[in-house]
Design a protein around this ligand. Sequence first.
Ligand code: COA
Length: 77
Amino acid sequence: MLSRYQGRGLGTLLFKLLVEYARGCGFKNFVGWISENNIGSIKNVERNGFVRTKESRIVHLAAFNRDDVFYKYLCKL
Ligand SMILES: CC(C)(COP(=O)(O)OP(=O)(O)OC[C@H]1O[C@@H](n2cnc3c(N)ncnc32)[C@H](O)[C@@H]1OP(=O)(O)O)[C@@H](O)C(=O)NCCC(=O)NCCS
């Protein structure tokens, strides 16, 4: 999201719509892998019923030349 639109609740709202759409399509689970450093996205998904699982993986982010730990988040629809 463009920086000038961040922090206004739009990310949380868009994710809510995405979860509702997935539920409407009949999906039972919604999974996302999120970097532990991505605080905004973590707040977005946790506010929409996602919980962090014990699964994680290390991903090399070439663009930033660093490794991040990504956690698997699960939402039971
Ligand atoms: C992550 C992102 C999609 C969240 O959307 P958003 O519209 O900003 O989120 P919301 O306004 O619904 O709120 C998210 C919460 O996270 C916080 N937050 C957002 N970005 C943050 C950051 N970089 N660091 C710390 N907190 C952050 C907001 O302050 C808000 O917290 P609060 O309500 O307790 O004050 C958006 O900020 C963004 O595009 N960020 C930059 C790119 C990025 O990180 N994309 C995700 C890569 S997969």
